[in-house]
Design a protein around this ligand. Structure first.
Ligand code: SAM
Length: 266
């Protein structure tokens, strides 16, 4: 995937539709930047860094960024992207599961986007969450974005183009794992849930399927910025509708804080 999508790195970590990629990427980064005030002295760990989508975004805003990933190929791609962008305060490392090779409280923020679902074993997930909590400093944050299930966990042998199994768990499961480590959920939100954006995509795809002229193409450059601008109005209502099962929204965001006294047992 990383080799195939070298010129379009988001395709290796989000999907094949570049417009969706731009919207989802913007929506996720908006959530993180609103939930955590990034400070210039921050040290950030991006767990499951992929091609460096987050590490390169954090780098100009903080002192130091460390990206880690199970896949050496992803790590190579992230390193190359950082080199090409001339970014010096980022390091990327391949790792093989937990424990993490960092000291307790080494980071002000740990970011884990679309990675925990690939840990299909529940015990390993619990160990990983414990490690993520251990390496955050007291008063620091974990930001998490995951695909979730409404009811029972959903097991996927693969996700379309992406090889490898995944489990979409209930959001409550993630919440209770972090709370079990003494962390406090500060914010819980739907991610990438703009009704404007997804209505546009539904209409665009319907026209394409029928082979009709795409009357929507002039809107394409505007739809992502408009949808992102509107998210401050649409996120809360979409959250209420999703929580009640009226609309399906799998992408969920949690901002989780470690208490100043360090929480329990982490
Ligand atoms: C869908 S990509 C997301 C990458 C990045 N977080 C992003 O949002 O752009 C999932 C990444 O998680 C990595 N991964 C899967 N299981 C992992 C684990 N147990 N520890 C660290 N990384 C893992 C994969 O190699 C892949 O790079």
């Amino acid at each position: 995937m990383t080799a195939r999508h070298r010129r379009h790195p988001l395709r290796a970590v989000i999907g094949v539709d570049d417009l969706n990629n731009a919207y989802i990427d913007g929506s996720q980064k908006r959530l993180v930047s609103r939930a955590v005030r990034l400070e210039p002295h921050f040290s950030v760990l991006d767990y499951g860094c992929g091609v460096g989508r987050w590490t390169l975004w954090f780098a100009p805003q903080v002192r130091r960024v460390v990206g880690v990933d199970l896949s050496p190929k992803m790590v190579d791609a992230a390193r190359r992207a950082a080199d090409e962008a001339g970014i010096r305060n980022v390091e990327h490392h391949a790792l093989d599961g937990v424990p993490l090779p960092f000291e307790d409280g080494a980071f002000d923020l740990v970011n884990a986007v679309w990675v925990l679902r690939y840990i299909v074993d529940d015990d390993e997930l619990a160990r990983t969450v414990r490690e993520l909590c251990r390496v955050v400093r007291p008063g620091g944050y974990v930001t998490l974005i995951e695909m979730t299930a409404q009811e029972a966990p959903v097991f996927k042998e693969h996700e379309g183009d992406f090889s490898g199994a995944a489990v979409y768990r209930r959001l409550e499961e993630y919440r209770s794992l972090f709370e079990g480590c003494g962390m406090t959920v500060q914010e819980c939100a739907v991610s990438s849930a703009s009704p404007l954006y997804w209505s546009y995509v539904a209409a665009r795809d319907a026209v394409r399927r029928r082979g009709l002229p795409n009357l929507f193409s002039p809107l394409a450059p505007l739809i992502v910025p408009l949808s992102l601008a509107g998210e401050s109005l649409t996120t809360r209502p979409m959250q209420i509708l999703a929580d009640r099962g009226i609309v399906r929204c799998r992408h969920r965001f949690l901002c989780i804080k470690k208490p100043e006294d360090g929480g329990i047992g982490v």
